[in-house]
Design a protein around this ligand. Structure first.
Ligand code: HEM
Length: 198
C-alpha cells in the first residue's frame, strides 16, 4: 500500500494519530453487536476486488450527490463566503477513495481503530479543517453522519453487482459493507458523545 503515503493528510498507521480511547475489547463487542464475523471480513475482501477499479466512478456518484445538495456541500464550503473550496473537496476525495479500499482490505486492528477515531475527529469540531488547513464550516452534525449510512450503503450495491458474481455473493458483500459502515460510524461518534456517555 505504498501509494497511500502519497495521499496528503492520510495518516493511517502514523505515530501522529493518537491511540483510540475506545479499547480493542470494546471494538470486538461492537463487531459482535453489528453481527460482523470472519465471513464478513472474507466478503469485504471480495468486495474490494470488485470495487478497486470502480473507485472513481463511485466517488463521482457520491460527490455528484453531495454537490447537488446545498445543505451537504455546505460542509466543504468557505465559512465566510459560502463557496465550496475546490482544493478541500479534491483532497478529501483522495482520502475517501483510499477509505473504500481500507474498508475492504485492512485488518481491523489497533492501527485501524486509531484511525477510525481520527476520522471521527475530522468530522467533528475538534479536528475538522486542520488536515487540509482550510477555513471551512467548523463541524458536521452527528445526525448527518448517521443518515449518510443509507446512501453510502445503498449506492454501493450496483457496483458490487457489476463483475458477474452470483446474487448470493452480491448480497453477502453488500451486507458485509453495510455492517462495516455502521461499525465505523459508531466509532466515529466518539467525539460527539458527552464524557461518560459513549
Ligand atoms: C457514513 C457517513 C460518512 C462516511 C463513510 C464519510 C467518509 C469520509 C472519509 C473517508 C473522509 C476522509 C477521512 C480521512 O481524512 O482520511 C471524510 C472526510 C470528510 N467528510 Fe465524511 N463521511 C461521512 C459523513 C459525512 C457527512 C454527513 C458530511 C457532510 C456533508 C461529510 C463531510 C466530510 C468532510 C467535510 C470531510 C473532511 C473533514 C476534514 O476537514 O478533515 N462526511 N469523510
Amino acid at each position: 500500500m505504498s501509494r497511500t503515503n502519497k495521499i496528503p493528510g492520510y495518516l493511517f498507521g502514523s505515530p501522529q494519530v493518537p491511540k483510540s480511547p475506545i479499547t480493542f475489547e470494546e471494538l470486538e463487542l461492537l463487531k459482535k453487536t453489528v453481527m460482523f464475523s470472519e465471513e464478513d471480513a472474507h466478503y469485504l475482501r471480495m468486495a474490494g476486488e470488485v470495487l478497486k477499479d470502480q473507485v472513481d466512478e463511485i466517488l463521482d456518484l457520491w460527490y455528484g450527490w453531495v454537490g447537488s445538495n446545498p445543505h451537504l456541500v455546505y460542509y466543504f464550503a468557505d465559512k465566510r463566503s459560502g463557496e465550496p473550496i475546490q482544493g478541500y473537496l479534491e483532497a478529501v476525495r483522495r482520502r475517501f477513495g483510499q477509505w473504500i479500499l481500507d474498508t475492504c482490505f485492512r485488518k481491523y486492528d489497533q492501527e485501524w481503530l486509531d484511525y477510525q477515531v481520527e476520522i471521527g475527529r475530522r468530522h467533528h469540531r475538534s479536528g475538522k479543517n486542520r488536515t487540509d488547513g482550510v477555513e471551512s464550516v467548523e463541524h458536521i452534525p452527528l445526525r448527518y453522519l448517521i443518515a449518510f449510512i443509507y446512501p453510502i450503503t445503498a449506492t454501493i450495491k450496483p457496483f458490487l453487482a457489476k463483475k458477474g458474481h452470483s446474487q448470493e455473493e452480491v448480497e453477502k458483500m453488500y451486507n458485509a459493507w453495510f455492517k462495516s459502515v455502521v461499525l465505523q460510524v459508531s466509532l466515529w461518534s466518539y467525539p460527539y458523545a458527552r464524557d461518560g456517555d459513549y
